[in-house]
Design a protein around this ligand. Structure first.
Ligand code: 6R9
Length: 664
């Protein structure tokens, strides 16, 4: 861990400011900076009272809580612990008997453009029926269920059905490999898997069930009893008698009514695996009460949601953004939301803009990497430019997953937002459960590339390595000083790692986010400067360098040693760059290309295609200190194509730098 120093200058020179218009301020829920300041003051005056008020207003409790925050076993904080609720009831049942019951909950657009709509009432029936099917197969409160589904209504149904019976879901992104799935089934002790035969992306039919079969064939999944298979396409897939059931088989004869199971506020709603700085992914465990409060409250605060909004978060349910702002938040808030199965470039790179027009989307929330790739596409082909679509329905834009560079911000603002829509650049993490630092659209003056200010009650700060505050304008380590309701509760099966990773002793008990940040000297606005651990952010997806290294060295017939670093990339934010020492002599030319491809495919098989290194360079060795430590900062410079200016006097083998600097 080291405090970042780069990227600080840019925040000091960014002086464009975009305040919300008077009309937006007037109509907003949190209205103007006065509205924001009032909430902050309330939180400061009575921290617990503030959260208790919001938890009562935003969540429906089947048994009210009497105690707000329990810090007695810090950092294992508990919120609203003696309260009881059901997350699915909070997303569905709460709307029954209100005008929302017949409102479209999900407007699903398939890869091929076919549209299906489902109302809240219909969704409740679908979720209840599937919940009954799970129960009939012996899935009980507290059991873990692994979900490996495409972006479909059924993906959300699967998550909500688990929540309804108090089962803890663990969604795995459909791009992860059989090995990654296998590891997660075992770590979570999953009793069931919910998957689909295939998924449709960009006109291609890609297998899902076959990957589950492969994972289960690896053995050791002793807890697993059932696999439920949604028939997304007409193509048949392998079914194992006794273990595998189609949705149709499982649902046959099941009632469409199912009483939600009340759980304690701290009951684990889900586990979501994410990359950390060691090879093993962390199962981030979230609560039910505090998490749901956050999902609902941030829909209102950050997106200023109104009854007639058409909300679209483009994230996959396999990531935290798809949990909080697809599967839970929009439903808890009673919104109409768009769910999109496909990819932004199929059948052409105007798909997002055409869909906004077609469905009169009002709030659009996506990742900088998507924006950057669509800028490129629009510049290359006028036909897919957002100007070709009517985007006048939009009123708020959002960004998430990685820092948005001011150029992309300005393009988004002008070409998508018509210079009228506030952009909420939401900083948060799998571990934070929902937004923690973000502008509020009717309050915060915007500065391109800055996530601006913490939400009321979030005590975000920038500190040095001893946990002392640094002055505005200086870079440092991003922390959150006090707990908040939607924070990570623990790492599944590994409480020690939870403490060590997020509450290191030297940081005074503060939550360590793992990012570097700097606050602007004038406004105190936060800008995230990137991860300070060995985690890369590629297209908004977190990848651990150690995970990729372990995957490479597990190709034992070929690889002796590997080191993985990130380098800046125009479209994906960061790109993965691997330095590899082979067991045979160093290849060059065509042969190097061929082996590099073989290694890329290997990594795709071990982790998933998203982890494939973009660059692979071969060396006779890696730059190491005399004590044998790989000098990653030198590799980072080489990967960027920079001249080495750092001190190399501690290097065991300085000559290796020239060799690695040559592209194969
Ligand atoms: C929600 C999500 C978390 C990491 C985080 C940071 C980066 C997310 C950001 C951002 C700058 C933003 N990140 N949002 N950096 N500005 N608005 O992405 O969760 O997948 O866990 O990634 O993403 O580095 O630490 P997750």
């Amino acid at each position: 861990m080291s405090a970042p120093t780069s990227a600080i200058e840019s925040v000091l020179v960014e002086n464009r400011v975009f305040p919300p218009s008077d009309a937006i301020v007037k109509a907003a829920r949190v209205s103007g900076m006065a509205g924001y300041d009032a909430l902050c003051a309330e939180a400061e005056k009575d921290f617990e009272g503030f959260w208790a008020r919001l938890a009562r207003e935003n969540v429906q409790w089947s048994k009210p809580f009497t105690r707000t925050l329990d810090e007695s076993n810090a950092p294992f904080y508990q919120w609203f612990a003696d309260g009881e609720l059901n997350a699915s009831a909070n997303c569905l049942d709460r709307h029954i008997g209100t005008p929302t019951e017949n409102k479209t909950a999900i407007l699903f657009e398939a890869d091929d453009g076919a549209v299906t709509k489902i109302t809240y009432k219909e969704l409740l029936a679908r979720v209840s029926q599937f919940a009954n099917a799970l129960k009939a197969h012996g899935v009980n409160k507290g059991d873990r269920v692994l979900i490996y589904m495409p972006m479909t209504i059924e993906g959300v149904v699967a998550m909500q059905a688990c929540a309804r019976i108090g089962a803890t879901h663990s969604v795995v992104f459909g791009g992860f490999s059989a090995k990654a799935v296998h590891e997660r089934i075992i770590d979570a002790g999953a009793v069931a898997v919910i998957t689909a035969n295939y998924q449709m992306r960009g006109g291609k039919e890609l297998p899902l069930k076959a990957i589950i079969d492969e994972a289960l064939a690896m053995g050791g999944c002793d807890t697993l009893r059932n696999v439920f298979v949604y028939q997304r396409t007409a193509t048949a897939c392998n079914m194992v008698a006794g273990r595998d059931k189609t949705f149709a088989e499982a649902l046959a004869g099941q009632s469409t009514e199912c009483a939600p199971v009340a759980v304690g506020a701290e009951h684990p709603l889900f586990i979501l695996y994410t990359s950390g700085s060691t090879g093993k992914p962390k199962g981030v465990q979230h609560s039910t009460g505090g998490y749901l409060l956050w999902a609902k409250m941030t829909m209102d605060w950050t997106f200023d949601l109104r009854a007639d909004d058409v909300f679209w978060c483009t994230a996959d349910i396999g990531w935290i953004t798809g949990h909080t702002y697809v599967a839970y938040g929009p439903l808890a808030a009673g919104a109409t939301q768009i769910i999109f199965e496909g990819i932004p470039t199929f059948p052409n790179a105007g798909r997002f803009w055409q869909m906004i027009e077609r469905h009169k989307c009002t709030i659009f929330y996506t990742a900088p990497t998507a924006i950057r790739s669509l800028i490129k596409a629009a510049e290359a082909d006028e036909a897919v430019h957002p100007a070709r679509s009517d985007l006048s329905s939009l009123r708020i834009l959002g960004s998430v997953g990685e820092p948005i560079n001011p150029e992309a911000w300005m393009w988004y603002h002008k070409n998508v937002g018509g210079e009228r829509c506030p952009i909420v650049d939401t900083f948060w993490q799998t571990e934070t459960g929902g937004h923690v630092i973000t502008p509020l659209p009717g309050a915060t003056p915007l500065v391109p590339g800055s996530c601006t200010l913490p939400l009321p009650g979030i005590t975000a700060a920038i500190v040095d390595e001893m946990g002392n505050d640094v002055p505005n304008g200086s870079g440092g380590i991003l922390v959150i000083k006090r707990p908040w309701p939607s924070m990570i509760r623990t790492i599944w099966n590994d409480p020690e790692r939870f403490k060590k990773s997020y509450f290191p002793e030297e940081l005074k008990g503060y939550y360590l986010a793992g990012d570097g940040a700097v606050r602007s000297a004038d406004r105190g606005y936060f800008r995230i400067t990137g991860r300070i651990d060995d985690v890369l952010n590629v297209s908004g997806h977190r990848m651990g360098t150690m995970e990729i290294e372990s995957a490479l060295v597990s190709k034992t017939d070929l690889v002796a040693e590997a080191a993985v670093v990130g380098r800046p990339d125009d479209v994906t934010g960061e790109a993965i760059c691997a330095f590899v020492v082979l067991k045979r002599s160093r290849p060059t030319g065509e042969e190097a290309k061929q082996i590099a491809n073989e290694l890329r495919n290997w990594v795709a098989k071990e982790i998933g295609p998203i982890a494939k290194p973009k660059d692979i360079r071969f060396g006779d060795n890696l730059p190491k200190t005399r004590s044998g430590k790989i000098m990653r900062r030198l590799l980072r410079s080489i990967a960027k194509g920079e001249a080495i200016t750092q001190d190399t006097s501690t290097l065991e083998n300085p000559a290796i730098l020239d060799q690695l600097a040559q592209t194969n």
